[in-house]
Design a protein around this ligand. Structure first.
Ligand code: 5GP
Ligand code: ZN
Length: 133
């Protein structure tokens, strides 16, 4: 557990949160500032700052858990879709530096914004990126 990490404290039960699911490795809670009805967060109990620090095994289990919880939320709340969002770094909108997956149920005509303006893929950038792999 990391000192002064709010999600470590919530995940490990030191600070109460509305818990939808818990096992040895994860706690799933309702977001305090929901983007939509049912907005939930999947928190690993063991601290990792972001996706790059997360052990592979935990990363795999987190996505399987996302599938399960998102399905229950979608069906139970009669949502029309679900966004699975995961921010890494301040520039990407991460505000709590403990890895978490957002599950955001979506409803026809809601006003949630998880969008961007499409840009242009130039040949130069494409070749630069393809060269990384
Ligand atoms: P991020 O921007 O880091 O991806 O998302 C952090 C999320 O955590 C935000 O959606 C915010 O509403 C939520 N959050 C921050 N503090 C708390 C808290 O103390 N309890 C709960 N349940 N959610 C929190
Ligand atoms: Zn933490």
């Amino acid at each position: 557990m990391e000192n002064n990490c709010i999600f470590c404290k919530i995940a490990n039960g030191e600070i109460p949160a509305a818990t939808l699911y818990e096992d040895k490795e994860f706690r799933v809670i309702l977001d305090l500032g929901p983007a939509s009805k049912g907005h939930a967060l999947i928190l690993p109990k063991k601290h990792a700052e972001n996706l790059f620090e997360l052990p592979d095994e935990t990363a795999g289990k987190a996505m399987i858990l996302a599938k399960k919880i998102a399905g229950i939320l979608k069906e139970g709340l009669k949502a029309d879709g679900v966004n699975v969002v995961q921010n890494n770094g301040e520039a990407a909108g991460q505000t709590v530096m403990h890895f978490h997956l957002h599950l955001i149920p979506r409803y026809e005509n809601d006003t949630v914004q998880v969008t961007w303006k499409p840009g242009t893929l130039t040949d130069e950038e494409k070749n630069e990126i393809l060269g990384l792999f």
